[in-house]
Design a protein around this ligand. Structure first.
Ligand code: C2E
Ligand code: CA
Length: 569
């Protein structure tokens, strides 16, 4: 035994008792978020500080076989880390225990701990006392450095037991877009000013936390649903006109998911989850509003989870369930089909009725749109080649989101696959969807330049809706714009003269920029009569055909049925 170890041993031996001494009690009271334990290895009895007993809901200060009892509280993913480390100390491989893991507190929530301990051996080198401390890591981040508000960690230490009230999770709508358009510094200014405004509106009795990123939580004890609705309304109004400094103002839109406790959840985790589900629900259904947790919200959450699993299965199962539908591009001059847009459809094993706007959003959020998008591209190319051989020139377009374009080897793959399938790039059109999320227009411009130099046609989709459309036209090279339905659908209705003026001007802009145009959303004869002479390259819409499956589209091509409709044009 080394000299220092000897000293420790004698110190331990001289204690009144290993578990009963003032030193333990003094250390045990040192800090709210540090927990002390000491174990008499010979008897396998240990003593834990009172704050550990109450926070982790242990049966008593004195515990037999603590390694086992404590082990049950450790997160299943972390238990091996704990067992390996403690095992090495007890087998004498190393003198100190030191690791980080999650353990469940009495609320049923996992918290991160840093656990350190030391083994003291007796004169024979046998383990004698094991003592140490655990520090709650979340306590180090109690306050948010940007806004000064309490953080999610403080929220986790708030005790909901026997309390009644309401809580809401507020999210800033489209915050990512704010950052991408105005930069991070502006985003920080918005968060600081927004939290100041929240503080002023919440007063003393309401607790306010900054959660992750652009989300804030309000917990109001004894508040009712009506109180929360009123508070949300007030905050929503003020958010529309926030002062960032003496000169700068910002207008932001917010949504909120809310719960009543204890009715909407027995644990903090359940309440937090239910607020998140409600926030997600309202953001997708009716942005800018508040939604209280309900069965409908839960149903929606369940559906999304099932969709995620089902989509994953389809992707792993060689894209089973995915299919392309085709909607014709019509030449307004000849009335003939000149091409089509390939539109993705999907039927899962469990969910059979998901619309593209629903499942594509999930694919985009998970990044799975990248492999699925490649499948779409290959399928469209394969089809183009077949139809070209049978029916002559036909241009097939497919949709690509910004995220896909920015994926490292997407451009190379487009070029390689066109070669592989023997497709002429001039017969492939690539539509950029959601042009407003473009964060790096220079990189996108480079990608478009490469594709255009190979002969591919590039189109900006939904042109006119995203407010960045005109800026996009300025920054990236393009061959086509697709004029969005919303300007077209009601063109023939009274009071929609402005739509006509917008379309006419967009077409004139295209001519001057040497860019072609597709008018989408040609739904009926009246709209067709107006748009056919406006000078667009193609018309697209339900008037000609809804998107149809491959065989039906082939039938249309075969009969070239629309040729007879020229009279209408
Ligand atoms: P989009 O690119 O704007 O596609 C046109 C959408 O308008 C299609 O909806 C189509 O069915 C619909 N539509 C066509 N004609 C008319 C009309 O006359 N009136 C009305 N009201 N609607 C019409 P769909 O197929 O549900 O697609 C929705 C969106 O999903 C597409 O909008 C596109 O953004 C996205 N999408 C579809 N396929 C893909 C894909 O393969 N990849 C990606 N990234 N997105 C896709
Ligand atoms: Ca499109």
């Amino acid at each position: 035994m080394e000299a220092s170890e000897k000293r420790w041993f004698h110190w331990a031996e001289n204690m009144k008792s290993i578990l009963e001494n003032e030193l333990f009690e003094a250390f045990a009271a040192v800090s709210e978020n540090v927990y002390i334990y000491v174990c008499d290895v010979k008897t396998n009895m240990s003593r834990w500080s009172p704050n550990a007993v109450s926070y982790f809901g242990m049966e008593s200060e004195y515990i037999e076989d603590a390694a086992n009892v404590w082990g049950k509280k450790i997160h299943p993913s972390d238990i091996n880390i704990y067992n390996d480390d403690i095992g090495a100390v007890f087998s004498g491989e190393k003198p100190h225990h030191s690791c980080q893991y999650r353990a469940m507190n009495k609320e049923g929530d996992y918290v991160w701990l840093e656990c350190k301990g030391t083994m003291i051996n007796d004169e024979n080198g046998e383990p004698f006392v094991f003592a140490g401390m655990m520090t709650r890591l979340d306590y180090q981040n109690k306050y948010d450095s940007l806004t000064g508000l309490q953080t999610i960690y403080s929220f986790h230490s708030y005790d909901f037991t026997d309390k009644k009230g309401a809580a809401m999770l507020i999210g800033i709508d489209n915050f990512r877009r704010v950052i991408s358009n105005y930069g991070y510094a502006w985003g920080d200014d918005v968060l600081v000013s927004f939290s100041k405004m929240l503080k002023e509106n919440c007063g003393e009795d309401i607790m306010l936390f900054r959660m992750n990123g652009d989300e804030f939580m309000i917990v109001a004890e004894n508040a009712s649903q009506e109180d929360i609705n009123k508070l949300f309304e007030k905050v929503r109004c003020e958010a529309r006109n926030i002062s960032l400094d003496e000169e700068k103002k910002a207008s932001i839109s917010i949504s909120a998911g809310a719960v009543i406790f204890p009715e909407n959840g027995e644990t903090k985790t359940a309440l937090l989850n239910n607020m998140e589900y409600s926030l997600e629900y309202i953001k997708s259904e009716n942005k800018g509003n508040i939604c209280f947790y309900s069965g409908k919200v839960f149903e929606r959450y369940r559906r999304i989870q099932m969709l995620k699993d089902d989509l994953k299965n389809s992707i792993n199962n060689d894209f089973k369930g995915f299919e392309l539908f085709y909607q014709p591009f019509i030449s307004p001059k000849s009335g003939k089909i000149k091409g089509c847009e390939a539109l993705l459809r999907w039927k899962g094993e469990k969910i059979k009725d998901s619309y593209p706007s629903e499942f594509i959003k999930i694919l985009e959020d998970s990044g799975e749109i990248v492999p699925v998008g490649l499948w779409v591209m290959e399928e469209a190319m394969r089809q183009q080649k077949k139809w070209q051989e049978k029916y002559g020139d036909i241009c097939i377009s497919f949709n690509v989101s910004y995220q896909q374009f920015m994926h490292e080897d997407f451009i190379d793959k487009v070029i390689k696959k066109a070669e592989e399938y023997g497709v002429n790039p001039t017969s492939m059109m690539i539509e950029l969807t959601e042009s407003c999320h473009v964060e790096q227009p220079e990189a996108l411009a480079r990608a478009f330049t490469t594709l255009i130099s190979q002969g591919f046609q590039i189109a900006l989709d939904d042109f006119g809706t995203a407010y960045a459309s005109l800026e996009m036209l300025k920054k990236v090279p393009t061959n086509f714009i697709k004029i969005e339905h919303s300007f077209v659908r009601e063109l023939a209705e009274p009071g929609h003269e402005i739509d006509y003026i917008i379309i006419e001007n967009l077409l004139s802009l295209c001519r001057r920029l040497d860019c072609k145009a597709v008018i989408e959303g040609v739904e009926n004869e009246k709209v067709n009569d107006i748009t056919k002479d406006m000078g667009a390259t193609f018309l697209q819409g339900y008037y000609y055909s809804k998107p149809v499956c491959r065989d039906d589209f082939e039938e249309m091509l075969k009969k070239d049925s629309l040729k007879t409709d020229v009279k209408k044009l």
